[in-house]
Design a protein. Structure first.
Length: 126
């Protein structure tokens, strides 16, 4: 019985971590056109008790910002350039799909463990 409850906790921690990852991906997509915006990334690690996953610190992508030429822009320097964002929509969409699929896999594990627990309770009632 403890193993089933433990599998519920592991799946729930995975869903929570992927939900947080999706939140950061959506922030990146929303700010793709914001001047000076740096892409947010997040890493995951095993939880301290080894029974799941924990999201790590949110980090800013330090890759070079795109230089955009628009002399009429209020942020433009004397040469007419300003810093764009370093968000690549193709990468963000791929990350969103990966996070979604991982979330769905954890959801299936959670549902299977729930069904097994329910079946166990039905057997014990007899």
């Amino acid at each position: 019985m403890a193993d089933l409850i433990q599998s519920l906790a592991v799946a729930a921690s995975g869903m929570k971590a992927q939900a947080q990852r999706l939140r950061h991906v959506s922030e990146n997509i929303a700010n793709a056109d914001t001047p000076g915006y740096r892409r947010k990334t997040i890493s995951f690690s095993d939880s301290l008790d080894g029974q799941g996953v924990e999201p790590g610190r949110v980090r800013l992508d330090r890759s070079k910002l795109v230089q955009i030429y628009d002399p009429g822009h209020p942020l433009a320097d004397p040469s007419g350039h300003y810093d764009g964002s370093n968000v690549d929509l193709v990468i963000e969409i791929a990350d969103a799909r990966e996070a979604q699929r991982s979330y769905e896999a954890n959801l299936k594990i959670f549902d299977q463990a729930r069904q097994m627990t329910q079946s166990l309770f039905e057997i014990l009632r007899r």
